[in-house]
Design a protein around this ligand. Structure first.
Ligand SMILES: Cc1cc2nc3c(=O)[nH]c(=O)nc-3n(C[C@H](O)[C@H](O)[C@H](O)COP(=O)(O)OP(=O)(O)OC[C@H]3O[C@@H](n4cnc5c(N)ncnc54)[C@H](O)[C@@H]3O)c2cc1C
Length: 250
């Protein structure tokens, strides 16, 4: 669900409301072979690169063995950079992942923040039941959906108007941004390797093959699902071994 921004005659920018997030793989040097040459240096030394094309079944078996027995370092010799556009509350959760990740995010001090705001789509389950850490989410009534959408839109509009008023009055961006809510979209580059991505996916996605289930917020899970899809295309053997061994980072 996307509405386009319009400039009114009074030059006030109208907010855009979105329910989807975007994830693009902008740069990568990542393949299953990167795992193999790194692992085989143990036994083949400088010849590990020559071993690469030998026996694909053995390669698959080696990757699975490394994953199963938690030999994690061979999964670090690769790199993926994602461009992500998502609400600020997703980035707050995302940046808790400290190890094997590099981040750069747009600045609310150096640029005027654009009025793009998150409103859950109709498929987003709205009502939580159960105990903390193990919630079950259910759909919610049409009334709850329309209240959520209406309230969010009203509140976002009001907050953005105040932000613009303050900027127009000469207040610095870094001060005025305090009135904006965490449903505002931000954008960042996030660079990781397969090992740090697997750790992230183990915690931020729900999956029937997970040995240790996690209960992430749906919006960060949407980011995780898209990253996983892109990563699986680059490193299919590693991805399959991740699933086969309970979706835990080695
Ligand atoms: C469902 C869910 C609910 C959550 N709820 C909350 C919450 O209510 N409040 C909250 O504050 N956070 C919450 N978090 C965030 C969580 O506590 C972690 O900060 C986040 O998942 C990142 O995990 P990590 O530390 O393992 O990852 P990374 O920071 O990437 O670290 C990777 C691994 O490196 C090692 N490591 C990293 N730093 C250290 C260190 N300082 N000392 C020792 N070992 C280290 C650990 O083995 C760690 O697993 C939640 C996370 C999830 C998935």
């Amino acid at each position: 669900m996307t509405e386009t921004s319009q400039v009114t005659p009074a030059e006030t920018v109208k907010p855009t409301f979105r329910s989807e997030i975007s994830v693009e793989l902008v740069k990568h040097a990542a393949s299953d072979q990167d795992v193999l040459w790194a692992a085989r240096v143990s036994t083949a030394g400088e010849q590990s690169l020559d071993e690469l094309k030998k026996d694909p079944e053995r390669s698959k078996g080696l990757i699975n063995y490394l994953m199963r027995d938690r030999h994690g370092s061979p999964f670090e010799h690769n790199s993926m950079t994602f461009f992500i556009s998502a609400p600020i509350f997703v980035f707050r959760e995302f940046m808790r992942h400290r190890v094997g990740w590099s981040y750069n995010e747009e600045s609310g001090r150096y640029r005027e923040l654009q009025p793009v705001f998150y409103v859950p789509g109709p498929e987003r389950k709205l009502v939580q039941e159960g105990r903390p850490g193990k919630y079950v989410f259910v759909d919610g009534t049409p009334e709850q959906h329309s209240l959520t959408e209406r309230s969010m839109r009203e509140s976002y509009r009001q907050a953005y108007e105040t932000y613009q008023e303050m900027l127009a009055a000469g207040v610095a961006r870094e001060v005025a941004r305090a009135v904006l809510p965490v449903g505002l979209y931000s954008s960042m580059y996030a660079t990781c390797n397969a090992r740090s991505l697997m750790h992230f996916l183990g915690l931020r996605t729900q999956h029937e093959l997970a040995k240790v289930p996690s209960f992430p917020q749906r919006e960060i899970e949407m980011v995780g699902e898209r990253m996983e899809e892109l990563w699986a295309g680059l490193m299919p053997l590693t991805h399959a071994a991740f699933n086969k061994n309970g979706r835990m980072a080695p």
